[in-house]
Write a protein that binds this ligand. Sequence first.
Ligand code: ATR
Length: 279
Amino acid sequence: MTINKDIPRAGVMGWPIEHSKSPRLHGYWLAKYNLPGSYTHIPSPPDSFEADMRALATKGWRGANVTIPHKENALALADTASPAAKAIGAANTLIVGENGQIHADNTDGFGFIENLKDRAKDKWNPTAPAFILGAGGAARGVIHALLTAGAPEIRIANRTRERAETLADVFGPKVKVIDWNDRSAALAGTGLIVNTTSLGMSGQPPLDLAFDDADPSAVATDIVYTPLITPFLTAAAAKNLTTVDGLGMLLHQARPGFEAWFGKASEVDEVLRQKVLAP
Ligand code: ATR
């Protein structure tokens, strides 16, 4: 079979990877904008990830999204990296340059911020203190994005306190560690409340958080999007907070890669949301 190298090719690398919704997303945009190109699942086990990515670059692929368990290795293998990828310590987007060099970016924070701008327009105040639950890889992207957007203070509570302290060491004195048991009371005075833990995801227990002390003008957002409306968002809505589900973060984080690989800026619309939500 001959392969037309002029047709831009990209995909999503992970292990396992078949569950990833990214091909639906990029496929929707390729069709919507009537562009030549392909975007596919690329299964890549940990022991061959670097070789797999280098081989794609050699074969003329434009790049790839990278997901679990390769995000740290994606940054390590890259020839150059964006400030976001360096600050977060992981990459989710690899772009192959004309010279075959691989550039690493991390667009999770971009997706997080664009989702808030999109769904909590006029409600989210980027310069109000923020509260983050969780201290894993997702929290890193969110902290970096919020600091870049102008947050004066970020409170962070995590079941394992040391992980939150590590993030305070990495990101500096605007990040304040709150004890996990004090999480509900520490919501007072914050304008944004973010769940970055896996709690509330289908099959997981809900995140137990009382919103009694939260400011009613605050925005609550979850990075979990299965289910779309988590118990955390339901509890926040019951206290009249503005709520933003996590699906938009997934959709918006894909935009910079799409533009780099296929040469066209893309938009998130309701049809795309429904396509990605479909079983
Ligand atoms: P990711 O990179 O997606 O953020 P992760 O590094 O596994 O994933 O982090 C998962 C987050 O959910 C962590 O903050 C984790 O808390 P710990 O650091 O204490 O493990 C949090 N989490 C998972 N299960 C939890 C539970 N039952 N109670 C409280 N927090 C939980």
